[in-house]
Design a protein around this ligand. Structure first.
Ligand SMILES: NC(=O)c1ccc[n+]([C@@H]2O[C@H](COP(=O)([O-])OP(=O)(O)OC[C@H]3O[C@@H](n4cnc5c(N)ncnc54)[C@H](OP(=O)(O)O)[C@@H]3O)[C@@H](O)[C@H]2O)c1
Length: 258
């Protein structure tokens, strides 16, 4: 597995990120979700992405209580807009994840600059939680949106991490062209933000046989620190880890040859 700095956040992550968005629907218990996370950790996936809204924080919490906390980097999200809502959400995340701190907390699904401005109350709660040592890094996800929202989040001095959509054909993206979106991703990367990409396999909406090529495209995107895949079972871990390793080897060979 390839490990790298998550932009200028000071966090070290695995290039492959376990997107835990679907565990609530695919695991029959928190314990079985925890076992899947531990298997991923065994395979070197130390970067875990969840959200309060996914209902999968308790699954991760099951795993967290069986390891040393510093073995993993946990990124979660809240859709809360105001101070009280975000404060309560942070406390719930800490409880469900069975941890004393969140490595990364994202404003969930920012769609427009106005949407970002409307989260100022939540951001205030993030600032206080960060000062209290409950959050390390603040960021946002922009879901499937590009255009002005990307300008706004890249320019924001307190947003150190951006989770955004990118895949081989620019599918699902709304608000601007794919070519321009790739420029935005580069700008965020060059600005030192931690950049994660999702929808790399179009939320599963491509033929099974095509999965490796689409996942490989994600790993070849050098301006993304992390490739977030919505893993739901053990075969996904095997395939995704194998592709992550192969891509790292190939890029290393190319760099040596250059
Ligand atoms: N706004 C936001 O911040 C936001 C929104 C969406 C997602 N996310 C994050 O991004 C993660 C990825 O979600 P996504 O919507 O972008 O989906 P994705 O990773 O593009 O696709 C995931 C789906 O693809 C299928 N799949 C088939 N082969 C796979 C493989 N080898 N590895 C992984 N999945 C495979 C799985 O469905 P089957 O189980 O049916 O095979 C899985 O549900 C989520 O888990 C979540 O952490 C964030």
């Amino acid at each position: 597995m390839e490990y790298l700095a998550y932009g200028k956040t000071g966090l070290e992550i695995s290039r492959l990120c376990f997107g835990a968005g679907h565990l609530k629907h695919t695991c029959d218990s928190y314990a079985s979700g925890g076992e899947l996370m531990l298997k991923a950790l065994d395979e070197g996936i130390i970067f875990w992405d969840t959200a309060e809204g996914y209902g999968s924080q308790p699954h991760l919490g099951e795993a967290v209580q069986q390891i040393r906390r510093e073995e993993v980097v946990i990124q979660t999200k809240t859709g809360a807009k105001n101070y009280d809502g975000a404060s309560q959400s942070i406390e719930r995340s800490l409880r469900e994840l069975q941890t004393e701190y969140l490595d990364v907390l994202l404003l969930h699904g920012i769609a427009t600059p106005e949407d970002l401005a409307s989260r100022e109350g939540a951001l205030d709660a993030f600032r206080d939680a960060k000062a209290a040592g409950k959050i390390r890094i603040i960021g946002c996800s922009t879901h499937i949106y590009t255009g002005p929202v990307m300008d706004a989040v890249i320019a924001h001095p307190e947003i150190d991490v951006i989770l955004t959509t990118a895949n081989k054909e620019g599918r699902m993206l709304e608000g601007g062209s794919f070519a321009r979106h790739l420029d935005y991703i580069r700008r965020a990367y060059d600005a030192g933000k931690g950049v994660s990409i999702m929808k790399v396999i179009v939320a599963g909406d491509i033929p099974e046989a095509d999965m490796p090529a689409w996942i490989e495209w994600g790993f070849n995107l050098e301006t993304a620190h992390a490739i977030n895949l919505g893993i739901t079972d053990y075969p996904h871990i095997t395939l995704d880890v194998g592709l992550a390793r192969a891509s790292a080897r190939r890029r290393l060979t190319q760099r040596k040859a250059a």
